[in-house]
Ligand binder design. Structure first.
Ligand SMILES: Cc1ncc(C[n+]2csc(CCOP(=O)(O)OP(=O)(O)O)c2C)c(N)n1
Ligand SMILES: [Mg+2]
Length: 274
């Protein structure tokens, strides 16, 4: 078990990660800020509190597995992995450049990435497979799966949800980044997910709905998920797309667009401490 978390230190990481995400996107000239900024606290809570992992030994067989099913949020993944020590931070400058192992969508060429994603709706099935494997091998590592809210509109997610409950995969923890916005607009306008908590419950899951920007409650939810037996847990993390940069928040226009140099400057000036 990890030590009691230093919430102030984790918050400081989240602040720095947002800055590095924006800088990384600006240098690349393309990529996905909105769903990266909304997932910062989720990634910090996982990689700097909950997960058992060894950045200097990424293939350690007892490591917890993380499947980033919304593979377009590579900026937050790479900033997290670099800061955790999987590869030098200098590499972030080569994000989306030819020959770099930091591709636009997460890829196993990157140390610390478990599975290639980008085509939405597949990650939970992969997580289930890994978790079934762990049970067969009597291994105690856990598998986490980060999904987008728009991603939940994919039918394959719900097939996987049934599978996890049927097999009582209490070693799976899904996290939904419920940032309210998909590629082209609000979830509630395009295809509403509500009532989301009862939907997951009816599929046999233990459900926790939390403020996805509050590191203390995220951490408590991750602990509760681990303590829950015979059922998979989903943490519905209520977030804001673009969190931390007021002019990006809830704006579908910032789903897949890099800030130019002036926009980067403006964003860094107003960057919020969450
Ligand atoms: C199967 C599939 N369909 C469409 C896309 C194109 N696409 C990339 S991101 C995205 C929006 C995803 O929205 P959401 O899951 O809410 O992600 P977030 O808000 O966290 O960025 C879409 C439609 C895709 N990657 N895969
Ligand atoms: Mg979304």
């Amino acid at each position: 078990m990890p030590q009691a978390p230093d919430i102030q230190a984790l918050k400081q990481k989240a602040f720095e990660f947002r800055k590095e995400i924006l800088e990384t996107l600006n240098l690349a000239g393309s990529g996905h800020p909105g769903g990266s900024l909304s997932a910062v606290e989720i990634m910090v809570a996982l990689y700097f509190y909950k997960m058992q992992h060894r950045p200097t030994d990424p293939k350690w067989e007892d490591r917890d597995r993380m499947i980033v099913s919304k593979g377009h949020v590579s900026p937050v993944v790479y900033v997290t992995l670099a800061n955790a020590g999987y590869f030098p931070k200098e590499e972030l400058k080569r994000f989306r450049k030819m020959g770099s192992f930091l591709q636009g969508h997460v890829h196993v060429k990157t140390p610390g990435v478990e599975f290639n994603t980008g085509s939405l709706g597949h990650g939970l099935s992969v997580a289930n497979g890994i978790a079934i494997g762990a049970k067969l091998l009597k291994k105690s590592f856990r598998t986490f799966c980060l999904m987008g809210d728009g991603e939940l509109q994919e039918g394959s997610v719900w097939e996987a949800a049934m599978t996890a409950a049927h097999h009582k995969l209490d070693n799976v923890c899904a996290i939904v980044d419920y940032n309210q916005v998909q590629e082209n607009g609000l979830i509630s306008d395009i295809k509403n997910l509500e009532p989301l908590t009862t939907k997951w419950q009816s599929f046999g899951w233990h459900v926790l709905s939390v403020d996805g920007h509050d590191l203390s409650v995220l951490i408590a939810a991750l602990d509760q998920a681990q303590a829950t037996k015979d059922k998979p847990t989903v943490i519905i993390a209520n977030t804001l797309k673009g969190k931390g940069v007021k002019f990006m928040e809830l704006q579908a226009g910032w789903h897949g667009k890099a800030p130019n140099t002036q926009q980067l400057k403006d964003a860094l000036e107003i960057l919020e401490r969450v």
